[in-house]
Design a protein around this ligand. Structure first.
Ligand code: SAM
Length: 265
């Protein structure tokens, strides 16, 4: 249902998310070289370059054909479509995005087949019942969320994941050079105000406090091919049953105090 999303759903998004939606909507309609390049990179061809590790996902997370998958911040939804094909998913993955322009592009990409169910909405207000999904993917979404929004998103993902379900996220990672990081942020999102690259040390405590049982950094077998900017891959697993355990305070404190270059300013 690209572009035809109920506007009311976006009204419930945080102001920062609505701003990002507006920025993406105008950016994706521009005729500039940068905008065209971005649209291509988020399209089918770009998928092989930017999201190459999708081929490693089924094995890495033990994905089964009958599993339900949500692609959060799906953009043109190529990732979900590809995963559905690779894993032979019985149920269409759901692709959620806050930008109606992105969803319109996704809808156009899928004219003939409809391998992904497109939904407009905010990552912090997921329009799904509790325990709906086995796997939530978040490719290149984290950088667009300020700290509090990131935390709320993680709480929402916890809610919609089934017990033992997994959030697999990847994002561009910071380097040890602040200048290079600023350049990367500009390069990746020149039109989007919220663009913050975080390392594991900056991200993991939020996941622990959101109640995820296992918080791991992954090194996937299939490398990212393009662009030549380092990536961070995280796998967060919801507890299998009962009340989520209190976060491991020592572990969280250690992560906060790590010298990770991505520590929030
Ligand atoms: C860099 S793009 C990545 C798109 C896609 N995941 C991919 O890998 O090609 C980030 C996407 O996240 C979406 N997005 C940003 N903030 C969001 C939010 N709060 N809720 C839902 N989607 C969001 C943007 O509209 C954009 O489509």
């Amino acid at each position: 249902m690209p572009g035809g999303l109920p506007a009311a759903r976006l009204v419930t998004a945080r102001p920062e998310e609505r701003r990002t939606a507006h920025e993406y909507n105008s950016w994706m309609r521009e005729g500039t070289l940068h905008s065209i390049g971005m649209r291509l990179l988020m399209g089918k061809a770009g998928l092989y370059l930017v999201n190459t590790p999708v081929f490693a996902v089924p094995e890495e997370v033990g994905l089964q054909p009958n599993h339900r998958v949500l692609d959060l911040g799906c953009g043109r939804a190529g990732l979900g479509a590809m995963l559905a094909r690779i894993a032979g998913l019985v149920h269409n993955p759901v692709g959620l995005d806050i930008s109606t322009s992105m969803l319109a592009l996704a809808g156009r990409d899928m004219e003939s087949e409809s391998p992904v169910d497109l939904v407009a909405g905010a990552a912090t207000r997921l329009p799904f019942p509790d325990e709906s999904f086995h796997l939530v993917l978040a490719a290149y979404l984290f950088k667009h969320l300020e700290d509090e929004t990131l935390f709320r998103m993680l709480l929402e993902v916890q809610r919609v994941l089934k017990p033992g379900g997994i959030l697999l996220g990847w994002e561009f990672a910071p380097t040890s050079s602040k200048t290079l990081n600023r350049f990367h942020e500009w390069l990746l999102s020149p039109r989007v105000k919220t663009c913050r690259l975080r390392g594991f040390g900056a991200l993991a405590p939020y996941a622990l406090y959101a109640g995820f049982r296992h918080v791991d950094r992954l090194h996937l077998k299939v490398p990212f091919l393009f662009p030549p900017i380092p990536r961070l891959v995280v796998m967060l697993q919801k507890a299998t049953g009962g009340i989520a355990p209190a976060p491991d305070e020592i572990c969280a404190a250690e992560l906060w105090s790590s010298s990770d270059a991505a520590r929030p300013a």
